[in-house]
Structure formats: C-alpha cells, structure tokens
Design a protein around this ligand. Structure first.
Ligand code: HEC
Length: 258
C-alpha cells in the first residue's frame, strides 16, 4: 500500500524535475522544418550539396572544429576521386613523431588521416575560445536535439546587432537558436565568403543548407546505400507478390473446375 502511494508521488516529482531540466536546455520553440533531399524513407543525399558542404567545412568550420570519426578516404562517399582525396589530405599537415632531438615534426596529410580538431586538446581549445571548446562535428547532426532543422536555423540565426532587450555578454554572440540565445561561436558564415566551383551563389542560407547536409552525411554516411537496398527489396517483394497472385489464381482455377 505504502509503495503504491509513494510511487506516483515520486513519479510526479521526477517528471517535474525533468521538465525543469528540459526547459532550461531546450530552445523556446521547434525550428522551422526545411525540405531536405535526404528526408523520409526514400531520401537521398544531394551530391552537389554534400561537396559544397565539405568546402564550407574545410574553409570555415575546420579552423575550429574537428570531425574525428571521418577520414579523408571516407570522402569517396560524397563523390571525391582518389586523386582529389590525396590532394585534400596532403594540404593538411599532420603532427609526426618527434625528431632525434625530440623536437615536434610535421608531415603532409595522408588519405588515412582523420579530420582532426585543429587544437592539441579540448582544454587548449577552451582556453583559446573563451571557455568552451568547439564540439567535434562527427555526430553533431544526430546528437543535437532538432537535428538538421535546428542546425540550419542556428547557422542562419545570428542577429547583429542583437535585439535591444538582450543582455550584452563579452565574448558571446546573440543567436535566436542558441541555448539562452547566447553562444561563444562568432557567426561563421557570411554572404559570398567562399566561391563554389559549381557556380551556386554562396549566400549564408545556401552555405548553411550545404554544411548541414554534409554534417548529416557525416553522422549517417550509409543512408543512400541503405535506401537503395530498401528500394530494391521493395521491388523484389512486389515481383514476388505478382507471382504469388498468379500462382494462387492458377491453382484455384484448377480446383474450381474439378
Ligand atoms: C572561430 C572558431 C569557430 C568556427 C570557425 C566555427 N565554430 Fe562552431 N563553435 C565554436 C565554439 C567555440 C563553440 C562552442 C560555443 C559555446 O558553446 O558557447 C562552437 C559550437 C558550435 C555548435 C554547437 C552549438 C550548440 O549550441 O550546441 C555548432 C552546431 C557549431 N559550432 C557549428 C559550426 C559550423 C557548422 C561551423 C562552420 C560553418 C562552425 N561551427 C565554425 C567555434 C567555431
């Protein structure tokens, strides 16, 4: 009896506690839904957007963020050739074993290297970035509540100047979609700051859309293959269904005429 009284009371308290935590960390409202090519059970990544998104990562985000689960070789998955992969990797020098005198050395990057953080450690990154280290981006699109829609809203959500009633916090920037509307990351995107080789105009919105697509790919690189297999399985089952119906008709016709 006693347990049955205490359990609901505990449940109520726990749910109050949890909703308090959730309110503190969640944005006020859900981010607006965007149409993504990779949405839904048949969705596919748009390869042009993936390659533009990688360019944004390389030119902009990678100056502060790493993507340690992704290697240059993995970029074959967004359609880069072996030669492009080798050249891209080579352009990023990597720390090598110390020389005979114990001095640190560097070597050209190799296709097997991962997209490491540019900082030697999270503590060093935090010290240089005003207290918070830029998070690794390998799984960001999957682990951050709101996923792709939130990422897009966040990357296009900086307001300069901030609203008049917003508190001024040194080293923090106002963003409609950051927790508490304040974030230590300066607005990373600007209109026309990079040039896309395919001629797509590099607006903030376009760059946000492309880097979001690339971040979703990084967190789930096999979605295209999975969805293609899904389609093939559905087609196979459809053929089996037609055969099964034909077979059933044939058998029943024979039985009925007997
Ligand atoms: C100048 C360094 C810098 C650059 C460039 C940069 N970031 Fe950041 N980023 C940070 C820092 C620092 C944080 C942590 C800030 C904090 O939590 O206050 C961060 C946090 C984030 C977060 C997490 C925000 C949250 O609320 O959890 C996302 C998402 C993000 N960055 C995406 C990007 C993307 C995408 C790019 C490239 C377009 C990029 N960043 C470029 C420094 C940078």
């Amino acid at each position: 009896m006693r347990g049955s009284f205490f359990l609901p009371a505990f449940g109520l308290l726990a749910s109050l506690g949890f909703s308090g935590v959730a309110l503190a960390s969640e944005p006020d409202k859900a981010p607006p839904h965007q149409a993504w090519s990779f949405d839904g059970p048949l969705g596919h990544y748009d390869q042009g957007s993936l390659q533009r998104g990688f360019l944004v990562f390389q030119r902009v985000c990678s100056t502060c963020h790493g993507m340690r689960d992704v290697s240059y070789n993995d970029l074959a998955g967004i359609g880069l050739t072996q030669q492009q992969i080798a050249e891209t990797a080579k352009a990023k020098p990597q720390a090598d074993a110390p020389d005979a005198a114990g001095r640190p050395t560097m070597r050209p990057g190799l296709p097997d290297d991962h997209l490491h953080s540019p900082f030697p450690s999270d503590a060093a990154a935090a010290a240089m970035m005003g207290g918070v280290a830029p998070p690794d981006q390998s799984r960001l699109a999957m682990t951050h509540p709101g996923g792709a829609d939130w990422l897009y809203a966040f990357l296009t959500g900086y307001r300069m100047p901030p609203p008049a009633d917003a508190p001024i916090v040194p080293g923090k920037f106002y963003n409609d979609w950051a927790t508490g509307h304040m974030i230590g990351m300066p607005p990373p995107l600007m209109n026309g700051m990079i040039q896309y080789p395919d001629g797509t105009p590099a607006t903030v919105e376009q760059q946000a859309r492309d880097i979001t697509t690339f971040l979703v790919w990084a967190s789930d690189p096999h979605r295209n293959e999975r969805h293609s297999i899904g389609k093939a399985v559905m087609a196979y089952l459809a053929v089996l269904l037609v055969l099964a119906i034909a077979w059933k008709r044939k058998i029943w016709k024979r039985l009925k005429t007997q």
